[in-house]
Design a protein around this ligand. Sequence first.
Ligand code: SF4
Length: 418
Amino acid sequence: MCCCDRVGSARLSPLKSTGTPPQTAADKALRRDLITWYLANRRDLPWRRTRDPYAIWLSEVMLQQTRVEAVLGYWERFLDALPTMEDLAAADEDLVVALWSGLGYYRRARALHAAAKIVVQELGGQLPRDQAGLQALPGFGPYTTGAVRSIAFGESAPLVDGNVARVFSRLFALEHQPASSQANRALWAAATRLVPSALPAAIRAKDKRSLASRDAAGAMSADHGPGTWNQALMELGATLCAPTRSTKSSSSGPCCGECPVQGHCAAFATGRTAELPLVKKAAPPVLVTLEVLVVETPDGLLMQRRSGEGRMANMWEFPTREVADDGGPPRLWPGCFEGAELDAIWDSAEPRPSQKHSITCHRITCQVRYFTAKTTDIGPNTPYDTVPRGHLAGSQGQSSPAPLPLTGLSAKILAVLD
Ligand code: SF4
């Protein structure tokens, strides 16, 4: 079973509306069958147990490009540390990014923080319910806007993410070039046509009875109709309507035999489930080799803070340099070894197994070298600080929030060292 939740939503955007065609009987039957399946089979996820728009918004931002299993612990730790919109707005950015450390795509965390400040300082602490109000906030693209409006507020708002795009492409046998304006138009038109304004009364009553008998605490709440439909689509894409099996993906392909909407699926009817959606030829990955030093001094680990511009801005990392295959200067992280006089203080070196790491299209092989230094006197011209190890508890799986945000690679290395 593949659980690639909210994949690729950033690339998909609605085009200008040209009017929504009326729903057909086939649309209504498709919706009834998918919602009925979803209500009986949905995963019991913690963000489905709340009606708090802030908590739902947070889950939707975290789930973009990230598997649901990875988000579970982060979402709970984030809300433990910053339980309300006001807490987030008042928090230091370092804490926000530290709570995100290991999830990647840190721009999302900064946009979330910036939006919370605007909501608290200018909007009385309430997220807007309307499209224009939400899209005026940092980080609210078409997907997040549709998700928050429909799931948190019950507004009849469509959404399209990578999972929904795959499901629609197969259901309606869409053969547009991936990421083209024609594909976008067709996907958003289908999403707009199909999103309901409310659940049919019979389904809603049945859902309430089912939840009451299944969950004595009544914790998993009955959804609004539009939110239920949108989550049903994404659930189908994340579980049964998985990407086509390939040598590069761990997906087992679509499970059409278990699919509740098989009878509505044009790709299944024509034997094209493996062909659709059409996929863009992936650019070859950029291979990068890094050397990372882990230097333990009497006062802590030698670390450096990345610049305030660009990727992973202001995050902390171990001294790192790219080993250029062509013998040229380092390309990704230049200037990390400005403190050349450091060589004088090493008193031991212990090689560690190489680490593999991926950032977008970069496939990184990382050689970690571990040193113990006799002194914290690391010279006047180095870009490094010594940081007590306990201040870097940002590795994935740690239970306490990290005071200093670590890059994903450094968090991974720290976790291996611990
Ligand atoms: S029948 Fe197969 S391809 Fe069609 S929607 Fe269901 S799982 Fe996806």
